[in-house]
Design a protein around this ligand. Structure first.
Ligand SMILES: *[C@@H]1O[C@H](CO)[C@@H](O)[C@H](O)[C@H]1NC(C)=O
Ligand SMILES: *[C@@H]1O[C@H](CO)[C@@H](O)[C@H](O)[C@H]1NC(C)=O
Length: 377
């Protein structure tokens, strides 16, 4: 006869079966990912203002571990922000998943290089990352290491991801909860082919240990080269491999499953000052950065600029991008039209979804709304 103890045991087994089943289901589950990063410094754009009908996953950008202990040391003000972020996004109708992203472009590469290089620092970082996720009710953690600098960094990243997923599974089993998601923001291409230190991501480890990767398909051109205008997130480039189509296909060629690849889309433009206002195409001679914050403008700011300055707006079929100009001010960006062509391209490739940098850049949800509507599975 089954006593209370056995009941508990059976109950435990049932939970285990259910949680194992959930883990498997979430593993093979290829529901579309419609992601967006939320910059925590966007003070006029609280998480409550996000239209969650348009997204499935929102990433808190960013948390950075201590460069001494390699653990997260969360201040009181950050504690409030993290709690608010997950609470608000989970309470919204519909709710969305909340992840926090670690690092970011501003953090650089050195800290991650140190964390990944030693077993003890990897363990401190990994354990702390899971603890923070659970403490603040996050559904996952996203690694934004920009970028591994050498083949050795890539090897250490391979090891870090393996140990991280092992720890995630162990924690899920011990707590009978579904495992947290592990994702990473990565370079647009699997290889750093422009660098003097050629190196490639550890695709086998990424495929095995991450739920998906966010390929940052933007920033191909910018204020670091003011000699000519450029489409900073071109889908195609007839003269080089610096394009979203090349980058995405390079990941697939390297063996990454299509269900693990997410295409990055910019909700911002990059600006130049034209040398001559009558020569204004993509690649036109420029003499400096244009309007905006150090040569960048959110899509919403671009729309406002275009209206206020009666700018000429041109859709460029060759690159699949949009640019506008008024006088010598020139902006390369994506609008609804170019974004929709990219979405169609990503769906044709069979990718899992898309993400935006960043959620606060849209103009009246124009792009996010059309993208969500167009992505049909
Ligand atoms: C660690 O971070 C502190 C504070 O940001 C900084 O002053 C220090 O230089 C950093 N140390 C290393 C080794 O990067
Ligand atoms: C693009 O990359 C391919 C290999 O993936 C290479 O064969 C080709 O030469 C590259 N094209 C340019 C313009 O660099």
């Amino acid at each position: 006869m089954a006593g209370p103890k056995d009941c508990n045991y059976l109950f435990g087994v049932a939970i285990l079966i259910i949680s194992t089943h959930c883990a498997m289901a979430s593993h093979s589950n290829s529901k579309a990912v419609k992601g967006a990063y939320w910059p925590s410094w966007a003070s006029n754009f609280p998480p409550s203002s996000i239209d969650t009908r348009l997204f499935t996953h929102i990433y808190y950008a960013f948390l950075v571990p201590s460069n001494v202990t390699f653990k997260f040391e969360i201040s009181d003000s950050t504690t409030l922000m993290l709690s608010d972020f997950t609470f608000v996004l989970h309470a919204k109708k519909p709710p969305v998943k909340a992840l926090y992203s670690v690092g970011g472009g501003g953090e650089g590469h050195a800290l991650f290089s140190r964390i990944a290089s030693e077993a003890s620092s990897r363990k401190n970082f990994i354990d702390s990352s899971i603890e923070v996720a659970r403490k603040f009710d996050f559904d996952g953690v996203d690694l934004d290491w920009e970028f591994p600098q050498s083949p050795k960094d890539m090897k250490n990243l391979d090891q870090l991801l393996h140990e991280w997923q092992t720890a995630v599974q162990k924690e899920a089993k011990a707590t009978a909860r579904s495992p947290i998601l592990l994702t990473a923001a990565v370079y647009f291409s699997v290889e750093f082919f422009l660098s003097s230190v050629p190196r490639s991501y550890p695709v086998a480890s990424i495929s095995k240990n991450l739920n998906w990767i966010n390929a940052m398909c933007y920033d191909y051109r910018g204020s670091w080269d003011t000699s000519a205008t450029g489409a900073h997130a071109a889908l195609f480039d007839s003269k080089s491999n610096i394009s979203t189509s090349y980058g995405l296909q390079s990941w697939l060629r390297a063996g990454l499953p299509r269900s693990k690849l997410i295409m990055g889309l910019p909700l911002y433009g990059r600006t130049w000052q034209l040398k001559d206002p009558t020569t204004y195409g993509i690649g036109a001679p420029a003499v400096g950065v244009g309007p905006g914050n150090k040569g960048t403008m959110t899509y919403s700011q671009v729309e406002k600029f275009n209206e206020e300055n009666d700018a000429t707006v041109v859709y460029d079929m060759d690159t699949v991008s949009t640019y506008s100009f008024a006088g010598t001010s020139w902006i390369g960006y994506d609008d609804v039209r170019s974004t929709m062509v990219k979405i169609g391209y990503a769906q044709t490739l069979g990718l899992r979804g898309y993400f935006f940098w960043a959620v606060n850049g849209d103009h009246e949800w124009k792009i996010s709304k059309q993208a969500s509507k167009m992505w049909i599975f």
